[in-house]
Every structure is written in C-alpha cells, then in structure tokens.
Design a protein around this ligand. Structure first.
Ligand SMILES: *Cc1c(COP(=O)(O)O)cnc(C)c1O
Length: 391
C-alpha cells in the first residue's frame, strides 16, 4: 500500500482487506482469525513489505526482548514503500532497540516497587492499576511494560488474581480500578465478565476502567456481544491508545461508536513519538478525528525511559509546542493533558506551556493563546468578609 506522506489522513477510510484480498470476509472479520494470522517473523513480514536493514536486524533480535506481532488489520496501514511510515515505526522492531542510553530503565515508572500483590500496582491513594495479562494484539515497540509484556523477555508477569481481589476487598480506600496489562480485551467475554463481576461485588469500588489498544489493532474484537456484556458494569470507562490519524479507519470508528453506544465514555492516550506524531499538523488531525469518533483526548505521554527507545524520543519542548498550538486554537475537549510519568515511580506529572507570566498577592498576569497579556486582580483582603463594611 502507498500513502501520501504530506497529507495526514483526515477521513475515515478502510484499508481492508489489503494484502488479504483472497480471504473470505468471515475470516477477515473474525478477531480470532486476525490473532491467529498475526505477522510475527521476518519471512512473513518480508512477504508484504520492503524492509530496511535496520528493521531486518531489529526483527531478528526482538525474539529475546519484546516479540513482534502485527495484526493483518494493522499491517494494512503500513506504507510498504516508505521507510519512515509513521505506522511501521510503532510496531516493526529496529536495530536501534539494542542501543541503551544510561538513563534508560527496564522498569522506568518503578512499578515493580509499588506492587503489594504481583500484578497490582497501587501508587496513588485511591486507585490501582491491575495488570491482568501480559499479552496484546500487537506489540508497540516503545511499550512501557516491555520488561514483562509478550512473554519474550526473562521477566514475567505473574498476576495473582485471588490475592489481588483479597487486597482490593481489604483496601476500602481504593475506589477506582484500572484494568490494564497487556490488553484486557484479549480475554474472552466470559473471562473478562468474571473479573468485572468480582470487582463490582466490592462495594467501595465505584469506578472501573479498561486500558486497551484492541479497538485500534483489532477492531473485529468489539462485537455487539462484548458491548452487551460490558454495559452491565457501569460506570465503566475505556481508554484507547492511538498515535496517528491513519489508525482511525472506518472499521475502528465503527468499533469506537459501538462502545460509545453501549454508554462507555471513551478517552485516548497518545505517546509522543519521533517520526509518528511529533508535529502539530498530525496531532491536530488526530484529536479532531478522535472527537468525531466520540473519543476525548485524555493524556499525551512523554515517552517513558524504556531501554532502547532513544530513536523514538521527542524533546519535551516539542510536546509543549504542540499543546500550545492546540490550546485555544481548537476545541477544549480536543486538548489532552501532556504528562511525564516521573522516572522511578513519581507518578504522572502534567507539564504545561507557561501561561502564568507573573503572580503576586495583588494580581496574576496571564498570557492567552494569541500571546496577549491580561491582568486579573486577586481579591483584596479587606473584601474577604462583608462584615468589614457594616457599621
Ligand atoms: C496512570 C496510572 C493510574 C491512573 O491514573 P489517572 O491519572 O487517574 O488516569 C493509576 N495507577 C497507576 C500506577 C498509573 O500509572
């Protein structure tokens, strides 16, 4: 397939069946078929794409770190003639993954140190991140959990479900559970339903959400049956993960609409990636397309300091420029919060373009999106109580 580089995709086109035009649609539309036919070795990938030397060596080495897997649906989005295609950089390993900067870490967000039970990350006072699986539909090369995800490396995720449920039952301060991994939507409807039912039986858990890239990698998984099952567990939110507007195909849009129609509020998390979405033009098209799919841009992540990820890292100054180019210039709902997940385990810290120019006891001076300055007076102490004016 070939795509025009300079025009980010503003419309929702379909790229199916692409290389699989001889497959009957019962196969193509089946999420099990998509998973069984993932591209996960060099010869199968070379059947479809012209690879660079950097990619070929990267693929050969990925088997002992983070496996390669690409669903047929997602492979069709790759431009076979463009070595800098923004889709291929996300899922095709490169030799640069073997280059490790001295500040990079296997566990950049210090999660292993915040696990009271294997698989349950409890960092913030009132919410937990429950890692329910180590498998995904496809593997992002910049995965924050590449140390355990895909099963290729030496460290493994060994979630202790019963111990985790017991911990949650005992810890009445936990009101929010985020199911993540790996990708929870790879579970069968039945298995996912049992987990959700168990969580919902815990009275103090008010809010449940799922972090997933399945609607993007594997839109076939978002069946009416799945949506009917999920809607029993409201309030249930879903955060998806898209980085580039081309990922929002017509099939993905339909899958997202199906989730929204089931009453599930949708958010999006993007990772700022070099050569993928490190430009205002691309990001603006992405956030506008997300709103059209009824998805609210939630976070834009500065990429975590994962081992072997330097080739994808973007300076924070560029991230700030992108946020500055969005805020005020477009719909407020379209502007994500830009965050750094503090290395070593400090949690997510928002970083904002400077809008406060000066602040003292008397006034604050702020800068608007056009760069103009405005003054807002602080309330004077003598007005704080009306009583001061009474005789
Ligand atoms: C991101 C994260 C959450 C959820 O954070 P929100 O800001 O509420 O979306 C919870 N726990 C951990 C460990 C996280 O990394």
């Amino acid at each position: 397939m070939h795509f025009d580089r300079d025009v980010p995709e503003r419309s929702f086109s379909s790229h199916a069946p692409g290389y699989w035009k001889n497959q009957p649609s019962v196969n193509w539309d089946s999420w099990q078929w998509q998973l069984q036919n993932r591209i996960n070795d060099l010869p199968s990938l070379e059947n479809h794409l012209r690879l660079t030397r950097e990619e070929r060596s990267g693929i050969l080495l990925s088997g002992n770190k983070l496996a390669m897997a690409i669903t047929p649906h997602f492979l069709n989005l790759i431009d076979r003639d463009d070595p800098d295609c923004p889709i291929r950089r996300q899922v095709i390993p490169r030799i640069e993954e073997t280059v490790e900067a001295d500040y990079e870490m296997a566990d950049p967000c210090g999660e292993d140190g915040d696990m009271p039970v294997p698989g349950l990350v409890h960092r913030y006072p009132d919410r937990v991140n429950f890692l329910v699986t180590d498998r995904c539909a496809s593997y992002c090369r910049y995965c924050t959990r590449s140390r355990v995800v895909s099963g290729a490396g030496t460290q493994h995720l060994e979630t202790e479900f019963e111990a985790a449920f017991n911990y949650l039952e005992e810890h009445t301060e936990v009101r929010d559970v985020l199911l993540s991994g790996g990708d929870p939507l790879l579970f069968s409807d039945g298995k996912l339903e049992r987990i959700l039912r168990r969580l919902r039986a815990i009275e103090h858990i008010e809010f449940v959400r799922i972090g997933t890239r399945v609607p993007i990698f594997l839109p076939q998984r978002i069946t009416p049956e799945l949506c009917a099952m999920l809607r029993q567990f409201h309030p249930l939110f879903i955060s998806v993960h898209t980085n580039h507007p081309r990922e929002l195909t017509s099939e993905v849009k339909q899958a997202l609409e199906r989730l929204a129609d089931a009453g599930i509020p949708l958010g999006n998390q993007s990772v700022l990636l070099r050569g993928v979405n490190d430009s205002l033009d691309v990001m603006k098209v992405l956030v506008h397309k997300l709103l059209r799919c009824r998805v609210r841009p939630y976070y834009l992540y500065q990429m975590d300091l994962i081992l072997g990820s330097s080739h994808l890292r973007v300076p924070v100054s560029r991230g700030l420029e992108i946020i500055q180019g969005l805020r005020g210039h477009t719909t407020g709902y379209a502007v994500p919060t830009y965050v750094i997940d503090a290395p070593g385990g400090g949690g997510k810290v928002p970083v904002h373009p400077d809008t406060v120019i000066q602040r003292n006891e008397e006034r604050i001076i702020v800068r608007n999106y056009e760069g103009k300055l405005f003054e807002y007076p602080e309330p004077a102490a003598e007005f704080a109580s009306l009583g001061a004016f009474l005789p």
